[in-house]
Write a protein of this length. Structure first.
Lengths: 323, 285
């Protein structure tokens, strides 16, 4: 964060679509200039609708959105001039070349002449697509196209960059590669980022703060470090036939109700006052038949589970498996 | 493919900026033209279609239907009628691009650009007008070379004015349909009803007085009938006066031409303003 001024303000935003579908039920948050802020939640949580209300493509049913202190509803063109969006899906003109797409963006955002050309050259170099520029975008891979879109979004030097699930559909390697590029560009430009994602590792890697969104509402907002610290030092996952019995045993030995989550035949518990080994010993003494057990560090997935009761993505951060 | 990014230490700063309305319309028109004319087929079809009508179909119909003495006049009559087909078809096909933009995602980028929504519609209109103008020039030039006889001078402005307003009307209709209809298939299904059917009842291949009486009344409210009469009035004064008289039944050609121009203009104004409003509303859910 570079200063205390607000780049984005969402004030009690509500969106109800015709037919009574409530996509967003009163979301409020504020993002400081230069901050990277994440909206984390599953599909249908209201993340994209929230971004739509901030970039004036969705009209709020009630509430107020401000970008750079300007009211989005009153000055949609002005607020769009200081922001850019990288969408979930490709929004490029595929028959045109990468260069033509970038030049189109420059002209639409009113950046012309040598400044625009210099910016285009710098950004395409920064995201590593210089050699692709004169090929039709239809011939790009998914990762290349997404790099082009990120470069394009930054061409006009926006004050606010909306990243709406920017890596969805990309394979893991390309996803990580792309995220390095985004993080590097953030360092160079100081742009304020509002990102939606359901990839927890991305949110943890890029965002200074995260708002967990569930069913159209923000259920918690904090830094990734504080979220993780709230879970203790160690997580235990046990697969059993009788989950209720495991929950009873753990709770009777001081594990808080909020710290135990059951998904199918797996019980996940945050361990604060005991180690994983102690917990397994306890289950063995209580004659619980444990099929498999794993201990690991807490992840944002656990945060999400604890806050919403639903898993957001498969955990891939196993550290060691106990016998 | 793994790419290695060599990022510069800092990125250049650019001053406050915003595209002007004219600049935005120009940019969007050039985009649409670049997309329309992106391959040889896209260039060839708009050029070959008027050539086919001017050099083959009009002379063939004239030789088949008209007496030898009147063949040249009828060829001119049919060649001009082709304008009443080319303008709607080209404008309607331009509207298809809006659906493609929406389906392939490019529309989302345009909707978050710092431009007014109306600029998007106007940009597409300018591109459609540019292609239509090219087609009409090819049509008139080729048919003149084939023997059609047109009057020259300022009277041509009646043709230009009517063609411009009629093209705005047809593109407005295309924009309305492309905003309302979700898929290219639905759009293509409606296209003949809007662009082709009126052609046969608007005094194109024969005067509207040859129609049954009830259809004659229908023809008089069709904008194409008025545009067609003005096309003829602008480029072939005699048949134009006759066409205008068939609509209005007056003797003052200038008054009749003004009335017909007002009719086409009113249609164009109502439909195009409606199209912009509809598009603007649809751009924000």
């Amino acid at each position: 964060m570079t200063s205390g001024t607000l780049a984005i303000e969402a004030q009690e935003l509500v969106k109800t679509y015709p037919g009574g579908v409530q996509a967003v039920r009163g979301i409020s948050f504020a993002v400081e200039d230069g901050e990277a802020f994440g909206l984390l939640g599953p599909n249908g949580a209201g993340k994209t609708t929230t971004i739509g209300m901030l970039n004036s493509t969705v009209t709020p049913t009630s509430g107020r959105a401000l970008l750079g202190g300007r009211d989005v509803a009153r000055d949609p063109v002005g607020t769009r001039s200081i922001s850019s969006v990288v969408f979930q899906d490709a929004v490029v003109d595929r028959p045109l070349t990468g260069r033509q797409n970038l030049e189109l963006h420059l002209r639409l955002w009113g950046v012309s002449g040598p400044e625009g050309r210099r910016r285009l050259s710098e950004l395409t170099e920064a995201v590593g697509i210089v050699e692709l520029l004169d090929r039709p975008v239809g011939s790009y891979s998914g990762g290349e196209r997404r790099r082009l879109e990120i470069a394009r979004a930054l061409l006009s030097a926006p004050q606010v960059l909306f990243l709406d699930e920017p890596t969805v559909g990309l394979d893991t390697r390309v996803r990580h590669d792309l995220f390095d590029a985004i993080a590097g560009l953030r360092e160079q430009t100081g742009v304020t980022i509002l990102m939606t994602t359901h990839y927890l590792d991305e949110a943890e890697r890029l965002c200074d703060r995260i708002a967990v969104v569930d069913a159209g509402s923000v259920v918690a907002c904090d830094s990734p470090a504080n979220f993780l610290a709230s879970l203790g030092d160690e997580m235990l996952d046990v697969r059993v036939d009788d989950t209720e019995r495991v929950v009873r045993v753990l709770r009777s030995h001081g594990v808080a109700p909020d710290d135990v989550v059951v998904i199918g035949g797996t019980v996940t518990a945050s361990l604060r006052a005991m180690s994983g080994g102690d917990a397994l010993q306890l289950l063995a003494e209580s004659s619980v038949d444990v099929r498999s057990a794993t201990t690991r560090s807490p992840s944002l997935d656990d945060v999400y589970l604890r806050l919403t009761g639903d898993p957001i993505a498969p955990t891939d951060q196993l550290e060691r498996t106990l016998p | 493919m793994t790419m290695t990014a060599t990022a510069p230490a800092t990125l250049s700063v650019i001053p406050d900026h915003r595209s002007t309305k004219v600049g935005a319309v120009r940019t969007l028109a050039l985009r649409r033209l670049a997309l329309t004319l992106r391959n040889p087929r896209s260039v060839a079809v708009p050029v070959l279609t008027p050539l086919l009508f001017a050099l083959v179909i009009a002379p063939a119909l004239a030789n088949t239907i008209a007496a030898p003495a009147g063949a040249n006049a009828y060829m001119t009559y049919v060649a001009l009628a082709t304008a009443g087909l080319l303008i709607p078809l080209n404008c309607m096909f331009s509207g298809l691009g809006v659906i493609v933009d929406r389906q392939q995602g490019a529309m989302r980028e345009l909707l978050v650009a710092p431009i007014r929504r109306s600029s998007i519609v106007l940009g597409n209109l300018v591109a459609a007008l540019a292609v239509t103008t090219g087609q009409l020039v090819v049509l008139i030039a080729a048919s003149a070379l084939r023997g059609a006889t047109y009057t020259a001078g300022l009277h041509v402005l009646w043709f230009v004015g009517a063609a411009l307003l009629f093209a705005i009307l047809m593109y407005g209709l295309a924009e309305v349909l492309s905003t309302r209809l979700q898929s290219p298939e639905e759009y293509i299904g409606v296209l003949p009803v809007v662009a082709i059917v009126p052609f046969f009842f608007a005094g194109t291949l024969f005067p509207i007085t040859s129609l049954p009486q009830w259809l004659d009344a229908v023809a008089k409210v069709l904008p194409l009938t008025h545009a067609m009469a003005l096309f003829r009035y602008g480029l072939t004064a005699h048949s134009g006066v006759q066409a205008l008289h068939n609509i209005w039944g007056m003797s003052n050609a200038g008054v009749m031409a003004l009335l017909s121009l007002a009719v086409v203009g009113l249609y164009a104004l109502v439909v195009f303003v409606g199209a912009i409003r509809l598009f603007t509303r649809a751009g924000t859910s």
